[in-house]
Design a binder for this molecule. Structure first.
Ligand SMILES: [Zn+2]
Length: 189
């Protein structure tokens, strides 16, 4: 009896886990849906103490506005780390001002609104992810291999950005890229 009770307890616990996994793969929502949106991002979550306190506060403002804690895949990067992963030479990640965040395409419009309102000024658009920073105002896109596209090349991947960004006169992405389209057309004629 002494050993049976703990075994039974473990057995029912494993049963619960199995049930939760079944729910996850099925159509029903998981009964264990953990809402972590009220848990602040800390420096430890975003690359360590090199992160800029103001940028981190702005990131938490976005989290609070959207009530979603999106996964940050990169925050502060040392010079060495940045070189290793092939980051831009003057990447704002090295100043602790930047975050790469997994945001599904379907959420990018509302994320853009919240991030802009919280004081982020730079946006790099990728499929289901984006780069934001508090450095200086600029924008770019990533191709399907996650390589950053600058200059007129970024227009070829403008579909990675949400329409509210594309049409935002503050960045003028649409007008700027339309100019290049016209150039290409007139070359062909
Ligand atoms: Zn980045």
């Amino acid at each position: 009896m002494k050993t049976l009770i703990p075994l039974l307890l473990i057995g029912s616990f494993l049963g619960l886990i199995a049930a939760a996994q079944l729910y996850d793969t099925g159509l029903a929502a998981s009964p264990i849906d953990i809402d972590d949106s009220n848990i602040p991002y800390t420096a430890a979550d975003v690359g360590g103490e090199g992160i800029d306190a103001d940028a981190l506060a702005k990131l938490n403002e976005v989290r609070k506005k959207l009530k979603i804690r999106y996964q940050v895949v990169s925050g502060f990067r040392s010079k060495e780390e940045n070189k290793e992963i092939g980051g831009a030479k003057h990447s704002r990640h090295m100043n602790g001002l930047a975050f790469d965040i997994l945001v599904p395409d379907s959420d990018q419009a509302k994320f853009y609104e919240a991030a802009k309102a919280s004081g982020f000024v730079a946006f790099g658009w990728a499929h289901d992810a984006l780069h934001i920073d508090t450095g200086n105002k600029r924008w770019w896109t990533y191709d399907d291999d996650s390589d950053a596209m600058y200059g007129s090349a970024k227009c070829a991947h403008l579909d990675k950005a949400p329409t509210n960004f594309i049409n935002d006169p503050d960045y003028g992405a649409k007008a700027w890229c339309d100019k290049f389209k016209r150039k290409h057309i007139s070359k062909r004629l």
